[in-house]
Design a protein around this ligand. Structure first.
Ligand SMILES: C[S@@+](CC[C@H](N)C(=O)[O-])C[C@H]1O[C@@H](n2cnc3c(N)ncnc32)[C@H](O)[C@@H]1O
Length: 272
């Protein structure tokens, strides 16, 4: 057995040249030991195999690869979601989008997740019993999303589609976390994101709003009267998105826990 603090010192020196935050050494230790974080302070010694795992994770993280790609999965809405180079790692702020969308979902409701990536939103919504369809332009993302749905026991219909291209019919709830970073800002993103996450999951065109415009184009044909659209967006995009969707109904901009605009909820005017 080897003292944990000795291995943590080696992990720290491997992570020193990266912008890993202070908690990552602990995530690495917990992943290698197969324990929850609360239990870590109780661990004094690790086996050689566990120590090797910790060092291997830290070495890979030191290449700049984000930690969740190193582990191959992320936690999202209490689920384990496989992530890899072909998909965006689900972000905690997207859990808020799911929570709001789930409030409208139940058996009998038809929901659509555009730009599904790892499938994280669609899978969480399917847990409500809603009838969920999800689409993406990336075949690689859809392969991972289908595996995630199966692993999490969720029934989701996945479609390869360039936004509305292959989407038929109408939905009660439409959700999307589309790419929304203005093209010229991609080069200045953190290395972890810029070099390891797929640019097609990030690049929202010249002003970052390209995908919202595309969503708006098909909304009248695909959202039921009285239905709701919920989209995630960048912190600077609230006003532009509000103006873009105002012709469809009531638009509410919701802030994230840091007080930045994060979600737009568009309630389509219904008859009842
Ligand atoms: C920001 S990621 C969101 C992934 C996931 N929904 C999440 O919240 O973590 C955006 C996704 O949009 C997909 N995408 C990019 N262009 C697209 C298009 N023209 N039509 C459909 N999906 C597209 C990307 O492949 C990527 O999976």
């Amino acid at each position: 057995m080897i003292a944990l603090k000795e291995i943590l010192k080696q992990v720290d020196s491997l992570l020193a040249g990266t912008n890993a935050d202070g908690s990552e050494r602990e995530w690495i230790a917990c992943e290698a030991l197969g324990i929850k974080r609360g239990a870590l302070p109780l661990v004094r010694e690790v086996s050689e195999e566990q120590a090797k795992k910790m060092i291997d994770y830290a070495r890979e993280r030191a290449t700049g690869r984000p930690l969740w790609q190193v582990f191959g999965y992320a936690e999202f809405c209490g689920m384990r979601i496989e992530v890899g180079e072909g998909v965006l790692c689900p972000r905690p702020e997207t859990e808020e989008l799911v929570e709001r969308a789930a409030a409208y979902c139940c058996p009998g409701v038809k929901a659509l997740d555009l730009c599904t990536g790892s499938g994280c939103i669609a899978i969480a919504l399917a847990k409500t019993g809603a009838d969920v369809t999800a689409s993406d332009i990336s075949e690689r993302a859809l392969e991972i999303a289908a595996r995630n749905a199966e692993a999490n026991g969720a029934k989701v219909r996945f479609l390869l589609s360039d936004i509305w291209e292959n989407i038929d019919g109408r939905f009660d709830v439409i959700v999307s976390n589309p790419p929304y970073i203005p093209t010229e800002q991609i080069a200045s993103l953190d290395r972890e994101v810029r070099d390891f996450e797929p640019h097609c999951a990030l690049d929202g065109g010249e002003d970052g709003l390209k995908f919202y415009r595309e969503i708006a184009k098909g909304l009248a044909a695909h959202l039921e009267e009285g239905g709701i659209l919920l989209v995630e967006m960048g912190a600077e995009q609230g006003e532009a998105i509000k103006a873009m969707f105002a012709p469809f109904g009531e638009v509410k901009i919701v802030k994230d826990i840091e007080g930045r605009d994060r979600i737009a909820a568009v309630r389509i005017c219904g008859k009842n």
